[in-house]
Structure formats: structure tokens, C-alpha cells
Design a protein around this ligand. Sequence first.
Ligand code: V47
Length: 647
Amino acid sequence: MTSSTSFTFRDNLLYSIWDKVRSGERLSKEDALALYASDDLIGVGRMANEVARAKSGDSVYFVLNRKLEPTNICVLSCKFCDFAVKPDSPEAYEMTIAEMLSKLRPDLHEVHITGGLHPKWPWEFYIDMVRTIKTQFPNVDVKAFTAVEIDYFSKKFKKSHEQVLRELQEAGLRTMPGGGAEVFSERVRKELFKQKIGAKTWFDVHKTAHRLGIQSNVTMLYGHIETIEERVEHMLRVRECQDETNGFLSFIPLAFQPGNTGIKTRNDFTSAIDDLKTIAVSRLMLDNVPHIKAYWVMLTAEVATIALNFGADDMDGTVGEERIAHDAGAISPMELAKGKLISIIHDAGKLPVERDIWYNPITIYPKPEWSVVSKMPYLNSVPFYNSFPDYSTVVKLVPLAPRVFGKLAEQGSVAAGPMSLRDYMTMSDDFERLDYGVAVKGKANSVLLFSKFDWAELAGKRICISAETSTSVELLRVLLEKRFGISDYLFHRYDKSNPSHSYKDYDAVLLIGDEALQKAYGGGLTGFDKVFDLAEEWCTWKGMPFVFAVWVIRKVTPETARKEIVESLERSLTNSADHFGEFGREHGAKVGMSEAEVSDYLSQFRYRFSIDEHAAMAEFEMEYESLTSNDRIAMSDKRIAKQSISF
Ligand code: V47
């Protein structure tokens, strides 16, 4: 968040809430009720937009996806659901696996599978469904089965939740959708869906999934008989669970479609004001949930566009055919083409980012007149960004980990940002270097090798490398080979999509950024009793700072954007100098650090470069190049060929 952001509100009550949000203090139930009660819709939305910007920059994510609803036959009869039917209904349908496959295409990145609780299908059918999809479409990640379905499988096939989830995971399930949560209120459950699982079972299933490495979403069905207080309590329960597991990727408010449910009259849709308020309040309350989804299918594309300036940073995706909402009278189209999604996001003044199932950026789609700036998503880079203007017409921010920034910069879609030194070394023809970056002389505390062995014993050992690093992995190579004389080691990139990938199977693990900080300040990485700070090792060896990242700007960047980027950066660093304590209050809790620890941590970095940092970059380049000219390429080629992992 911009520490200097100040708003003028029509509703005086919002000032104290904004003070809390700005200083990273959690909002209470009373705050949420006050937000809902406030007439200052724009004020509430601006706060939420500011929070979303702090998390996601100007980006709005979408995924090329397809919804599959394999059957509408369901053993339950929930009052609010117009989709489910009994087996003898003329509308009943059941898909074969071949029919499901015919609905998919290789360019999709997600298939979202949910459906009725079928009375007859055997367990093997579900496993076969997931396995066949994953085998036939390796690029399509499977997000499947709500907690209601998982609990049904558990009871029907006499397996624990864990067993059900493990078997599905083994077949190819990667994440879970957030459906079936409805509203976590016993009163509403008894009235509208009394046969369905309650909040306790819903959370038990999701907690089990999170423990197994299956991340998930969480929905909230609103606009029927629930009270505002029940909505807020729903959000509080989500926040509490997320504190425990950190497994939710996104929160999705689902606007109730009245259809023929009889709960409301047919055209009694939620109002746009209620929709926008609910998106904004969720963003403000759920400080620990990374993304808020504007599900256009239920909101309509028009309201979803506005929601992108009210705290939502995700549009879901292309969807394909959708029945649950449309059977209940949704007036949105069944499918949005990719081009339409991109233009909706552009219309909101936001940057479309096509993502995978875990929100890793795949491609970004700026308007031709926009210059995209990478926003390094680490605590040590917070000081760079606090004075970039809101609603700029030429510069848009996107959070990119160093390695992803390198890849997108190579594709030509990013104009500027703190680039990993290693990537700059290969892209210096296209990018100009600015005299800013991230350097440290001594401990960095956030580039750490957690090891079961001393340096000298790492020969022949297997080292797991964070998926995010670009320079630190090369620094580790230089240290191992040049400082400690070890050339026989094996690097493996950490692969989140592989459920059997676990740190504990390695001899050492290289972590960077906030993940490294969290482990360092949270008592270490279990099983690894040695911790080496790579910047400190370099400094002890060379007596020099280490430069992790250097600010670069693409040489062809138009002058207006260039000026805005350089001036914003300079202003941010000047403003930040006196605010490290504030950053501590705002960001410390997320990484398990106290305010003072954050302040000390940030004070040690050198953000403006001098002759020392230039000399350090030249020294690293020399070591790195000599590694390349000797044996690096031959050795790593061998390793890569063996592991088929690209560095
Ligand atoms: O759980 C049922 C809801 C949900 C109606 O995880 C209705 O990415 C409105 O969970 N009006 C299923 N809603 C949809 C869902 C979902 C959607 C998009 C993305 C994700 C995700 C998940 O639909 C059900 C229920 O809460 N629902 N009937 C209705 N008449």
C-alpha cells in the first residue's frame, strides 16, 4: 500500500477504518458491518482497490478454462439449486468420459469439474475421468470436486477424506474449487440445504486438502435469505482457516440467481451496489487471501468490469458452457472469448494477465500504449513502489518473481523493473541499466541455503532450487564451484505441480524472498539444521556487496512512460527512507517478523548504487563467465538432460 495514500471520504466513519487498513491492522466484525452500512460506496471501493493494488499491482488475472458438469443428477434437493434433478427427470443427463474429452482443447490451462452427487457412478469412474483428462491434455490442470462431493465420495466409497483426496491427486487433481460453502450459517443451512454438509465438514475437507498440497478456493453464496452479519461471519471463518493453512488461492462471492428456486421472485437479482460492496468488503476483510474473484457468470460482465476497481483482481476465465447459474436464470453469456475478457480488463484500466491454476503468469496483454513495470513481490522491494501513481494511463505494474520477469522480458512484454542480475547480463542489448537495485553487503536474510551438510560435504548431493530464482541459483553455483571447489552436485528445480515433490527428500534447499524470510524467522526448515546466507558467504569471500537485482528499462520505452517510471522510482525511494517502521507494521505479520525486525531487514539493503555495487557486479560477472567458459555448460547440460528441468 502507498503509505502516503490519503482519501477524502463522504462517510467520516471510513477514516478510522482506512487508518487501520493502511497500517496493516486487521479489520473487525464491527468494521465490516460499518463498511456494509456505509453509503459511501466509492470510498469503500477505493480502499479495496488500493489493497488489491498492493497485492497484485494493476494486474487482473484470467485463465483459459472450461467448466465441466458431468451430470446434473443429484441425490440432494437443495432449495436454492435449479441445476440438480432426479434420475427420472426428462432434463437429466450423464456424460461419458469421451463426451467430456470432446469439450476440451489443448490450449486450455484449467478444467473446472463439479456436478451433481450421482447415485450410481462408481469410484473408478471419477479416478478414470481425472486420469484420462490429464493424460490426453497434459497442459490442462484439473480443478475438481467441491468439499460436498469429496465428503459424498468418502461416505459412499468408505474412504477417509484424506484417502479420497490422495487418490484423486495421484490421478491428476491439482486444486479444488470453492463451491459448496454457501453461507457458513446453521440457520441458513437448516432452511435452504439441510441435507448438505455444514461448515465444520467443509473446512475439514479443505484443511485436509491444504495439508496434502492441494490448494483451493472458497465461495460465498449471497443475496438470498442470509443476513449481512452472516456474510461477515462467513468471511471471518475463512480468514481464520487461512491463518492456519494458507491454502486458499481466491475468495469468490457468488451472487444468487433466483431462477425457479422460489426463494426470491424470478427477476429479483442482487443489485450492482450490493455486488460491488460485497467484493470490496471481502477484499478489505480477507487480508490473508491472495485473490478476490469477480465471477462474471453470476455478476454479468458489466458489473464484473466495475468490480475490477472495487478490489477484485481475477475474472475466472473463458468458462465455456455453464449450467448451475444458467439453469437458475443467469443473464450472462455461457462463454467469454479470450479477446472479450482482455477487452473487459482493459476497459477497467487494468492489465490482463493470463495465468495458470496457481496464478503463475503465462502471458501479459498490455494495451499498445502501456509500459509494464515488474513489481518484485518481496518485502525487500517494497520501498521501490510506494509512489507509482494510481490510475496511470501509461505505466502498469505486475507482480513477477525474478525468474518469471526474466522470461516475460525476453518475450518483450515488460518494459522495466528490478531485473535479476543474471538476466540483465544476457539482455543488456535491449535494456538500459539504472542506478537502482537490490544489493547488500553482508547478510541478506532472504537468500538462504538450508542444508543437512556443511559446504565441504555438499559434493555429490541433491540440492532443491526455489522455482523463483534466477541470480541466486547462479550465485550458489559460483560459491560451490569457485569458492568451495565442489563441481559434482545436482540441482533440481522445485516443481509445485508435482505433488510428490517435497523439500525433505533433498540434501539442501535454496529459498529466496519471503519464503526464505518466513522460514528464517519462523524457526528454520525442519530437518535442515544448517543455514547459509549466500550474500554473507560472497561478502566473506570477496569483501564486496552482492547485487541481486538491478533496475532496467527497455531502450525503446516511450519518453512519457520512461519519465514516469524514473520519477516514480526516485520519489518512492525518497519517501520510503523514513518509513521502514511503517512497512514493518504493514508487512511484518505476513512473514512472521516484528516491526523492528522488518525495519532492520530493510535498512541493510542498498537501493541506490554507487561504485561499490558496480565493482561487485563486474566481479560476479567475471566469476560467472569463467564458470561458463570452463565446465558449467557441459555439466549443467548433462544434468538438465538427465532431469529434463530447464534452468
Ligand atoms: O456451490 C447454486 C452456487 C456453486 C445457485 O472455485 C448458485 O474457482 C447462484 O462453486 N445462484 C458452484 N449460485 C459454483 C462454484 C464456483 C464458481 C466459479 C468459480 C469457482 C472456483 C467455483 O454455485 C455452488 C452454489 O453455491 N449456486 N445455485 C444459484 N441459483
